[in-house]
Design a protein around this ligand. Structure first.
Ligand code: NAD
Length: 337
């Protein structure tokens, strides 16, 4: 086999521990020489995380998919408070709001994630205006430092932890065939799958965070494959919940692509320690798609964004079949190929 690829690794510092977020954050604020911290969080745990630093202002204006009005208000607060560092404590919506500020101000971010969404390890931003989500890549929004603390995810309800974990699994699986996939992304993705599969089964939060980080790094480099394109369109068009929608769609995209990439599918299965559906059943994950009123309309919306590099050609009828099967919660392996 001959390999030829160009791989980009994004530069950021990661501090990882359990019960260490407050001390790690104080150390990072010190290291970065920040004097005016804008804390961005609506999570109750934020006070505990920020206990060892001075906070100049606290923005709690977090909303799903970062509405532009919230971004504008947060940018105004960053300006009026003289912020020289943004500290986000929360899930992807919180990290997303910090990124929206960084996009126009260039302010550095220290991200403290409390879910497995993975936004903290990407240079991708997203903003929503009039029910339309726009995304882009810009290195200014990549957090300078990520502080992982497994204790912070303890308050996640089990159902959300499982759905968010499946969202991270989706980053890994899609990275196996995404437009810029390469052997490095695939190695990260497969180790991510191993950690997430074990973490989900054993409710092991450190493994989950480790896997979520690897997943996000692989995804940031490999780009959005078929799975992410489908979920992105559904999220924008129908405002369906992020993690749950990723969890629902993943088994159907994996089943759809498997015949075209048997080797990658075998590696995914080996890393999972069984079939994806076995993992879902073992951990109580749902693969039923909710909130999409018309699968034909959805399929038509998705089709133009299907990556041409997907290992299998995708027709509008394929998408209708896939979405209808997900809506019915059918066994993904029984969906006609
Ligand atoms: P979220 O941030 O909206 O959080 C979901 C819910 O969980 C919220 O109600 C939140 O308050 C709650 N929550 C968060 N942490 C908690 C904790 N530790 N304990 C209890 N409750 C907690 O959802 P998400 O799935 O983390 O992120 C989804 C968003 O992130 C979407 O907008 C998505 O587009 C974005 N995202 C962006 C990227 C990127 O690279 N830019 C990557 C992944 C996700």
């Amino acid at each position: 086999m001959t390999w030829q690829f160009e791989h980009v690794t994004l530069g950021q510092r990661v501090r990882f521990g359990t019960g260490t977020a407050a001390a790690d954050l104080a150390a990072e604020v010190d290291r970065l020489g920040a004097r005016q911290v804008l804390l961005i969080s609506s999570e109750p745990v934020a006070a505990e995380v920020a206990a060892k630093i001075d906070v100049a202002a606290h923005c709690t204006d977090v909303a799903p998919h970062v509405p532009v009005e919230n971004a504008e208000r947060a940018r105004a607060l960053a300006s009026s408070s003289g912020a020289d560092l943004l500290v986000s404590v929360g899930g992807g919506s919180t990290t997303g709001l910090a990124k929206a500020i960084a996009l126009t101000t260039g302010l550095p971010i220290v991200a403290v994630p409390t879910t497995y969404a993975g936004s903290e390890a990407t240079n991708v931003w997203g903003l929503t205006e009039a029910s339309r989500k726009t995304t882009g890549a810009d290195d200014r929004v990549l957090p300078k430092t990520v502080i992982y603390d497994a204790a912070l995810t303890a308050s996640l309800p089990r159902s959300l932890a499982v759905a968010s974990g499946c969202n991270a699994l989706a980053h890994c699986v899609d990275s196996m065939w995404a437009p810029r996939t390469d052997p490095i992304n695939q190695a990260l993705a497969l180790e991510g799958i191993r950690a997430l599969s074990a973490g989900l089964r054993e409710d092991a939060r450190e493994q989950m965070l480790y896997g979520a980080y690897l997943a996000a790094v692989a995804f940031a480099s490999a780009g959005s494959g078929l799975h992410h394109k489908i979920c992105h369109v559904l999220g924008g068009a129908y405002n369906v919940p992020h993690a749950e929608t990723h969890a629902a769609i993943l088994p159907y995209v994996l089943a759809f692509n498997t015949p075209a990439v048997p080797e990658a599918a075998a590696r995914i299965r080996e890393a999972l320690g069984g079939s994806l559906i076995d993992v879902y059943d073992a951990v109580g994950a749902s693969h039923v798609l909710h909130g999409v009123p018309d699968v034909r309309e959805a399929a038509a919306l998705i089709l133009p964004s299907v990556p041409p590099s997907n290992p299998r050609a995708v027709t509008e009828d394929d998408l209708i079949t896939l979405l209808a099967a997900a809506q019915a919660g059918q066994n993904p392996d029984g969906v006609p190929a």
